[in-house]
Every structure is written in C-alpha cells, then in structure tokens.
Design a protein around this ligand. Structure first.
Ligand SMILES: COc1ccc(Nc2ncnc(-c3cccnc3Nc3cc(NC(=O)c4cccc(C(F)(F)F)c4)ccc3C)n2)cc1
Length: 276
C-alpha cells in the first residue's frame, strides 16, 4: 500500500486565507506573476502574497522545497515567511512585506546607481545573509539586485523571485536552463550546460561580485550582449571589473553599520513615487 504522502508541516490546509488576510493591492505590474500586497486582519501586519495554482504533485513538490527553505532559514537578512496555505487548489504564500521593494527597481526609478556608502552597507548585509544560507546548505543560485529587498527601516533582505516565478509562469521542465546568465559563475554555466560538474556555494560569491558592479553601474557587465554570447564570454574571460575602478575607494567593507545611506536612498525612492 502507498505510504501516506507526508504532508508539508509548514502549509496550513482547509483554511480560507481570506478569513485571516485582506488583499490590499496588486504588487508590481504583474511582472512577478500574481503577487499581491495583503494585510492581516488581526495584527494589521502587511505581507506579499503569491498564489500558485497547484495542478499536480510535481508542482506541490517544487513549492514545498521553497516553503521548507523559507521556514528553515529564518534570519533578519532573509525575507521571512509569515504563513502558507493550500486552499481551493492553490498554494498561498504570505511573506513579510518589504516596503522599499527591490534594489534594481529603485535604481531604475531614480535613474542612478547606488553610492559607495549604500553599496558598502548592502554588501555587508548580503554577505551576512549568504553566510547564513550557506551554513544551512542552501545555495541561492540567482543573486542579483532584483532579488535584494529593502524595508522602510533600511533593512536588507535576500529574496528569490526567479525560480518559483519561473516555475509558476512557464511551468519550465526541470531539465531546462534556469537563471539569467549575466550573473552566472563560470562553473554554474558548465554545470547547467554539461550537467555534470557540481557547483557549490562559491557560485553565489561570484554573483555577489557581479551584483556589486550592478549596484555601481545600474546594469551588470555584458548587459547589452545577447544572453547566449554572454555564456561563452563569462566562461572564457577573466572576471569582469568596474568600468572606472579609480572612482571607488578600496578599503571597502569596514564601517558597514551605517544604515543612514540606505535610508536616504529609500526616502528618495519613496519621495520620487509621491511626486509622480
Ligand atoms: C513594485 O513595488 C514593490 C514594493 C514592495 C515589494 N516588497 C516585497 N516584499 C516581499 N516580497 C515581495 C515579493 C514581490 C514579488 C514576488 N514575490 C515576493 N515575495 C515572495 C518571495 C518568495 N520566495 C522567496 O523570496 C525565496 C524563495 C526561495 C529561496 C529564498 C531565499 F533563498 F532567499 F531564502 C527566497 C515567495 C513568495 C513571495 C510572495 N515584495 C515588492 C515590490
């Protein structure tokens, strides 16, 4: 007889989430799939809500992995999971809402890169997040500014919209190529293309470096190049560098505790929105 499917302890069943949460508005212009801003009726706390239609066991497996990672990896620099429900054939994921949004959108909205002080602070917070994830044997695999969220209090939280969104929208088959190439470490490309050399957590550190260049220049290196050509270039070239290295001071992560720089950025970004 079939072993009873071990139900995911992090997912609440047979409870209508809308009895506990109000949907406030749509998040992003559908860029992330169906993601909403929600508010808890009792605590008034805000959440980012993603609803995903679960059509089969495979989908449930995929998203259970994500929920287990989020439930196990509780850290101030990793986006937190409030709760998850399976209701009406859909998986409902409520995550802590970060009011500042993602850093790539902030740079695009303000039409300027981050300052050195902002980069220094964000870099330190991302190193702390990655150290935590790697100690929990989680390799992020898609580190980029678009996966770095900031709160109105100036906290920096690592998220990952790519994989799950990709699965939920395109129902990508497991063995197809995953992740945007610009930030990919050479060994990841090798693994993704040759499917044999296993890569390890150090791939996230390469992508962190590419993300620092992205913070400094708004775009990662090779952004204007066709993705396929980037794969070859990353593989055969030396690691990329800043366009103007002399512009940046070198003793980099030292007095990183300075939150004010990132708070200024968020105020600018929010002021920018209020003005428009
Ligand atoms: C456009 O303006 C805004 C304004 C505020 C926000 N704030 C915000 N705060 C929190 N989450 C989100 C979010 C936006 C779009 C899509 N998903 C979001 N969060 C989210 C993330 C996840 N999953 C992860 O972040 C995740 C998945 C696997 C691993 C990991 C990690 F390795 F980082 F732990 C993280 C699942 C479900 C949701 C709703 N968005 C976003 C856009």
């Amino acid at each position: 007889h079939l072993k009873k499917r071990q139900w995911n302890k992090n997912i609440k069943k047979d409870i209508d989430p809308l009895q506990l949460w109000d949907i406030v508005s749509e998040l992003g212009d559908g860029a992330f799939g169906r993601v909403y801003k929600a508010q808890n009726k009792e605590t008034q706390v805000f959440a980012a809500l993603k609803q995903v239609a679960i059509n089969n066991e495979e989908d449930l497996e995929d998203f259970s992995v994500e929920i287990n990672i989020l439930a196990d990896c509780v850290h101030p620099n990793v986006v937190g999971l409030h709760e998850a429900f399976y209701f009406d054939g859909k998986l409902w994921m409520f995550l802590e809402f970060c009011g500042g949004g993602a850093l790539d959108s902030i740079m695009v909205d303000l039409e300027k890169p981050l300052t050195e002080d902002q980069i220094r602070y964000v870099c330190h917070e991302m190193c702390v997040a990655l150290d935590f994830l790697h100690r929990h044997h989680v390799i992020h695999r898609d580190i980029k500014a678009g996966n770095v969220l900031v709160t109105m209090e100036g906290d920096v939280k690592l998220a990952d919209f790519g994989v799950s969104a990709k699965n939920s929208q395109t129902h990508q088959k497991r063995d197809t190529f995953i992740g945007t190439p610009y930030w990919m470490a050479p060994e990841v490309i090798l693994c993704e293309t040759l499917k044999d050399t296993p890569y390890d957590f150090k791939a996230d550190i390469w992508s962190l470096g590419i993300t620092m260049i992205e913070f400094a220049q708004i775009e990662p290196p090779n952004k204007d190049m066709h993705p396929m050509r980037v794969l070859i270039k990353i593989h055969k070239s030396e690691p990329p560098a800043l366009d103007q290295p002399s512009k940046w001071c070198h003793p980099f992560i030292r007095d990183y505790r300075d939150k004010t720089a990132i708070l200024d950025l968020i105020c600018e970004a929010k002021a920018d929105v209020i003005e428009t």
